[in-house]
Every structure is written in C-alpha cells, then in structure tokens.
Ligand binder design. Structure first.
Ligand code: ADQ
Length: 753
C-alpha cells in the first residue's frame, strides 16, 4: 500500500471551513467517512478531492488562504458555482437520486431536473482527479453524488485503478429502472474496477439492474465490460468503535450521563438520533410512541422520549416541509399525552457534540433506530460502541443495512407502527441478563468490524486488482509457450479437454455440435502420440460423447465426471452414487420456465438437469434465466443440490458431482512426473482448474473471468495449440497420419486404471 498514493474523491471534504476574525480556519469533520479514511489519506501521502462548500462570501485573499490551508492538508478543492450546487446537489442528487434509491418514489418531483448539472459537476470532479493523478495511484470515489465519475475517469485514465463505494442502498431493479437516466448511471459505475456496497441485497439489486437494463451477465461478483472486468463486493461500513468506547469511559462524559438521568427524574429514557431526513422514519416512530402512551397512560410519567434531529438539507423544499411535519407531530403528542409533571417528548433540532452524543447513548435505556430505508445507519453502531456497560436495548429497522449484521437487536418493520410500539414495550421489559447478552453479541460485531476494518477491506481488494482493471492473473503468451515446452519435457502429458466451446464452437442447439472431420483426425493423431493421453471432460451425457468420439482411443468423462469410460474399453463406470429420484421436485420448476420462454429447452441427464436458453429471445431469455437462477438458488438453498450457470445454460446437479472429481482422480492415478494440461471455456471448468495442483497447466478459452493461469482466444486457437503437440510428440503421430495402425501403442504413462 505504502508506495501508492490514495486519491479519495467525495462530494464533501473531511474538513469544514469557518471564518474567525476574518481568517479562514479549518476544523476536522467527525463523520464516519472522514474518521475512517483519514489514516489512509495521511499514510499514503495522498489527496482528498471534494467540494469545500460555498466560498462565494470569501474575499479573494480569504480564498487564497483557504486553498493554501487545504493544500497543506492534502486536500484539492473542487469549487462549484451556486447554480451548480443548486441543481447538481440539491436538485438531482438529493432531490431525485436520494428519494428514489430509498424507495420513496413519491418524493421524486414530477419535473425532476438537474441531470445536466449532475453531468457537468461529475466532469469537473473527474478533471480535478485526472489533473492530480500519477501512475500507480489508487482512486476511491464515494457515493451517489458522483456515480458518473468512475467512467469519466476511465476515459481519461484507462490504466488507473478505480474503486467506488455506494453509501446508500442500491434499490431493487424494479425501482431503479424508473429513473430516466438509469443506463447512464450504470455506465458511470462500470468505469470502476471495484464497486462496493454495504449489503448483499444492494449488490444483488445492482446485478439485476445490469442484467435487465444492459443485458450484462455477471459471474457472482464480477462482470465483463468491453475488455475489462469489474468486480463487485460487500463491505459493511463500521464506526470508530475505539473512539466511542474511550469517550464513554471519559469522566466528563460520565458526569453528563448522570446529569441527563437526573434530569429525567427516574424516568426510563428512549432515544432517537437522526439527521432530520424523511428516510429516517421519525413520524412513524413518534406515532408508535403516541400509541404506547395512549394505550398505557401510566407510562406518561415513567418514560421520556428524547429525539435529536440534526438539521439537514434545509435548502430542499421537501426537507423544509418535512421539518414542519415532525415539529407538528411532536407538538400534538405532547399536547395529547403531557401531564402536569411531564412532557413526554423532548425534541432537539440541532447538532450536538460527540461527547454529548455519547452521553445520550449511554444514558438511554432503549435506542430507537427505525429508518424506512438506510444504506447502513451508523447511529445504531455508535450506540452499541458507546455501551461499555453492556446495557441498553437497540430496536432496529429491518430496512437499515445494519440489520443484516446486528444480531442482538430487536428488529422491526418501521411501516408496522403497532409492531414498533410492541417492540418498545418489549425492550423496556427486558431483564438485565438478557439486555447484557444481547449487547455483548452486538458489541462483538461492532468493535471488530469497525471503520478501519471497512476501509482496509475495500482498499486491500482494490489494491489487489491489476492496474488495467483485470483481476485475472494471466501470464503473457510467451509464458504459455514456456509452460507448454516445460510440460513437454515431463514424463508424460495428460490433456484434459472440455468439449463444447473448447474443441468446437458453441452452437444454437446442443445436438448440432458434432465433431468435424478435422477435429476427429486431430484427436486421433494426438492419441497416437507416445507420452500423450487424451481425456474429454464434458457435461454431455454418455450416449452423445460415445456417439461422437467413441471410436477414438481416448478416455471420456460424461456429465462432469459422473461417468467415466476408459479408452475403447466401452464400459462406463460411475464415480459417485446418485439417487435416481433426485430431480423429481426440480423438473417442474424448469418445465414452468420452459413453457414461459419460447426457444428454451430442458436436457435431462443422470446427474443433472440443464435448462438451455440460447435460442430464446436475447434479453427476455436473460431475464428469465436470472429469475430462474434466483428462484432455484432460493428453493434449493438447504438442499444437496447446486445451481450452476454456464453459457446460456442453467444447470442443477447433486452437490459433489463436478469436474473437480476428474481432476482429483487424474492426479491420484498419475505416474510420478506426469503433467496435466487442462483446457476449458465454461464455468464448470473452473472447478477442474481449481482442483489441479499448481505445477499443471490450466488454460481458459475465451474471455470470461477465470482462475486458469493462461488464456487462449477460442476453439480455433485451441486446435492450433493441440496441433503444435504433434511436432513435440512426433514419432507415432506420423504413423497415425499415414494410416498406420495405432492400436499397438504402448500404454501412455498417465493412463488411468
Ligand atoms: P447518513 O444518512 O447521514 O449517512 P448515518 O449512517 O446514521 O446516516 O450517519 C449519521 C452520522 O451523523 C452519524 O455519524 C451520527 O453520529 C451523526 N449524527 C447524528 N445525529 C447527530 C447530532 N445531533 N449531532 C451530531 N452528529 C450527529 C449515509 C447513509 C447511511 C450510511 C452512511 C455511511 O444514509 O445509511 O450508514 O452514509 O455510509
């Protein structure tokens, strides 16, 4: 990490500028992002590129002052005109993207504007970064205001290593597609080498959007775009747990806690701390409190609800309206439920210091974090990090990203107001031992996966990527030549060859892939070469392979290694036992999809069911395949089956049957000194590659992501490569070519028994 600089790019900077006695002063921001990335920023001697806020009221001297101060801290300001800020930041980012990505579609204005300004400001950011960039630097772009920056940077810096992290949810593709500029935003993000999300759900939604809107097929956590590979990953953001722990142990904070409790006069304290944002679920939460106080009037003098609301985005209309709504709600409930002795809701519309915040966290009996949607929600984690006393109960919305991690919280649906009321009641009634047990579980997670673990996780993965964006460690063609020459020196070579896509091109219908004469001839000559043994390792059923290749003196593996036939011996043997009834419940699902998808068909084998959709309409077929895969993966998650995606096929098979079986057997049986060379083009070949010892030669065919050491373009290149073996093992090949007998060949050294 040390040699490369880190360029962090975010809308806001980790400092805020203030004027004091006519001079510009910078104070460090305390937000999660600033805390988490500051050490990386400083350690790498890197730069932070961002908008320093409105500087229009500064004099020319003060601006120079500001820029100098910023430069001293490794910060590069992107100054934006007021008009830009209004349209790009308030208009598009916060007015359109924010509500839509939080599923609050009604909040998106009918005349959504600001797209032009959004593009222009993203260009300004990309220019600012490109100006600073030096080869070897790592660029990390943050959040929804800058989603076009990765692609704009990719155009300017094709070789750069670029990461992007989205701090808010990526919505379901059904919601994302409402956005008129949806493809442009996806294109923007795909400029990155690594796109990070807080949860698997967000990543899954992104994957679905790529498929539905751009027809891009992903391979679990990666997708090929042009000649590059883009990785996706899940990195749940944490908080600076140590800092919160230290503050909670600070005597001044303890004094403040005592003061808050004294003030509450023995009442139990329920706490809410949020930015004043309509996504945070404040009105419904207040409503839940109202229900509680109405249903149990005796609680009115026994609990106090403190709501801290940090002012936010006051420039946006909907936020102003929202603020009024919250204030009215608070007034109404206090009017209804107040008593002579008590005002049940204490509402503070202001920012509080970190110390005060921690004091509130520690003083609370119940913490209510009930957003309607939230990318992660750091407040929930900050509360946990502050509870060194292992007390306090967290009530957490199931729609906060944090809910995917925070085992130990009472999880609620914030739209179900009655259940929130019940959860508060439950939280107040928990016994101390249970509170402690829950808080311990929560603290284990929050303290271990803190903000530093988050930054380290993302940057380590990004750093591991190659500067050209490919993550596959492939060696140059010369090295392949070298590796092959080396293998030819071995005591013997065993060639493990996939069939479809490797020896013959992929065709529209599986039955049209019969071998041509040239291929048969090539395989025959190879099989006749001393020291060479040929194995065809295919997903095809036995009769097909036997019909096409059964006359050759080569070894056949059908159905991914479930069946094996040695040479011309003619007897098939199984490697594993499979319950003949295994597919009874899966077949109807495939039939259902086949009926809905014209051109698709099912192939049934002993140990697999395959759904082919090559002949289905392109986009529709992809969408159906995605649906089928999601459906099968869900349906079979606890079953001993696996769902595998190949080229335009989805296959289900009993777990344990894979080409890895072949790799293991071949290696177990090989004579010492025999080298394996494996070639394949499909996802199923990855199992084979992965199971081979590293001294063997693995070659991926085509340009899909692969763990193979080498790559060749297509089946033609495979045939050329195989033909080159005839020169290396010439002796008996010549006899085979001249029509001489080949059957009296001495057994190749690596022959299986
Ligand atoms: P936010 O929507 O801002 O962040 P959140 O994650 O809760 O939401 O962070 C809020 C921050 O503000 C916390 O660090 C909190 O301590 C601070 N804060 C809250 N009330 C305060 C107060 N009264 N005074 C001072 N500080 C206060 C976005 C996404 C989230 C995601 C984060 C990080 O919306 O879902 O968790 O980014 O990725």
């Amino acid at each position: 990490m040390a040699a490369n600089r880190l360029l962090i790019v975010s809308n806001r900077l980790p400092v805020t500028a203030r004027l004091s006695d006519g001079r510009v002063r910078l104070t460090s921001a305390t937000g999660g992002l600033a805390t988490g990335l500051r050490p990386w920023h400083e350690r790498s001697d890197g730069l932070w590129v961002g908008w320093p806020g409105d500087v229009s009221r500064l004099t020319a001297d003060q601006r120079t002052d500001l820029d100098r101060e910023l430069a001293g801290r490794g910060i590069v300001p992107v100054h934006l005109a007021a008009e830009h800020v209004d349209r790009y930041y308030h208009g598009f980012s916060n007015g359109v993207v924010w509500p839509l990505f939080h599923y609050l579609i009604d909040r998106v204005p009918i005349d959504a504007t600001g797209w032009g300004a959004y593009q222009q400001v993203n260009e300004l950011f990309a220019d600012a970064v490109a100006d600073q960039y030096r080869p070897g630097d790592t660029i990390w772009v943050h959040d929804y205001q800058l989603m076009l920056v990765p692609a704009l940077l990719r155009a300017r810096l094709p070789e750069a290593r670029i990461g992007f992290f989205l701090h808010i949810p990526f919505p379901s593709s059904e919601v994302f597609r409402l956005l008129p500029w949806r493809e442009r935003l996806l294109d923007g993000l795909l400029g990155a080498d690594l796109v990070g999300f807080h949860t698997f759900d967000y990543m899954r939604h992104f994957v679905a959007a790529l498929l539905h809107l751009k027809g891009l097929e992903t391979d679990i956590d990666r997708v090929r775009v042009d000649q590059r590979e883009v990785r996706m990953g899940v990195f749940p953001m944490g908080v600076d747990a140590r800092r919160f722990t230290e503050l909670a142990e600070d005597p001044d904070v303890a004094a403040e806690v005592a003061e808050i409790r004294r003030e509450a006069g023995g009442r139990r304290i329920i706490l809410g701390v949020d930015r004043l944002d309509y996504t945070k679920g404040i009105p419904r939460r207040l409503h839940a409190i109202q229900r509680l106080l109405t249903a149990e009037p005796e609680l009115r003098d026994r609990v106090r609800y403190i709501q801290v609301a940090v002012p936010s985005r006051g420039e946006v209309d909907s936020y102003r309206r929202f603020k009024r709504q919250v204030e009215e709600n608070v007034g109404r409930i206090n009017g209804l439920c107040g008593t002579v002795r008590s005002t049940p809701i204490h509402y503070m519309h202001r920012s509080v210091s970190m110390r005060q915040l921690v004091a509130l966290f520690v003083a609370a009996d119940v913490m209510l974090v009930t957003p309607l949607r939230d990318g992660m929600n750091l407040v929930a984690k900050e509360f946990v990090a502050s509870r060194v006393d292992e007390d306090g109960v967290l009530v957490l919305s199931e729609f906060a990203g944090a809910a995917a991690e925070l085992n130990g919280a009472i999880v609620v649906n914030p739209y179900d107001v009655q259940s929130v009321t019940e959860s508060v009641r439950q939280a107040l009634a928990l016994l101390p031992e249970e509170r402690r047990a829950r808080m311990r579980t929560l603290r284990d997670r929050v303290c271990e996966y803190d903000i530093h673990a988050w930054a380290r996780g993302f940057l380590t993965q990004l750093e591991a990527l190659r500067p050209d964006g490919g993550t596959v460690v492939l060696q140059s063609p010369e090295t392949l030549t070298h590796a092959l020459a080396d293998a030819r020196q071995a005591a013997g070579v065993r060639l493990l060859l996939d069939y479809d896509g490797t020896l013959v091109p992929i065709v529209r219908s599986p039955e049209l892939a019969a071998p041509d004469e040239a291929l048969l001839r090539l395989l025959e000559r190879l099989a006749a070469s001393p020291g060479l043994q040929i194995d065809i390792v295919s997903g095809r059923p036995r009769p097909t392979l036997e019909g096409w290749l059964g006359e050759l003196p080569i070894s056949l593996w059908a159905e991914h290694g479930l069946w094996h036939r040695d040479g011309r011996e003619g007897t098939w043997r199984t490697a594993v036992r499979v319950d003949p009834d295994w597919s009874r419940r899966i077949l109807p699902i495939l039939e259902h999809f086949t009926a809905r998808t014209p051109g698709s068909q099912i192939e049934t084998k002993t140990a697999s069911l395959t759904w082919h959709y090559r002949r289905a309409p392109k986009e529709f077929g992809l969408r159906q395949a995605q649906d089928l895969r999601v459906h099968l993966t869900d349906a079979l998650s606890n079953q001993p089956f696996e769902v595998i995606e190949g080229k335009k096929v989805i296959e289900v098979r009993p777990r344990g049957v894979s080409k890895a079986l072949v790799a293991r057997r071949v290696q177990d049986e090989a004579e010492p000194g025999v080298r394996v060379i494996a070639l394949g083009d499909d996802r199923t070949d990855e199992d084979l590659f992965a199971a081979l010892a590293p001294e063997n030669v693995t070659i991926a065919v085509g340009h899909r992501p692969s763990c193979a050491r080498f790559r060749v373009d297509d089946h033609k290149a495979v045939r050329e490569l195989l033909a080159s073996f005839l020169d290396a093992f010439p002796e008996r090949a010549a006899r085979a070519a001249s029509g001489g007998p080949v059957t009296d060949a001495p057994a190749p050294p690596a022959r299986s028994r």
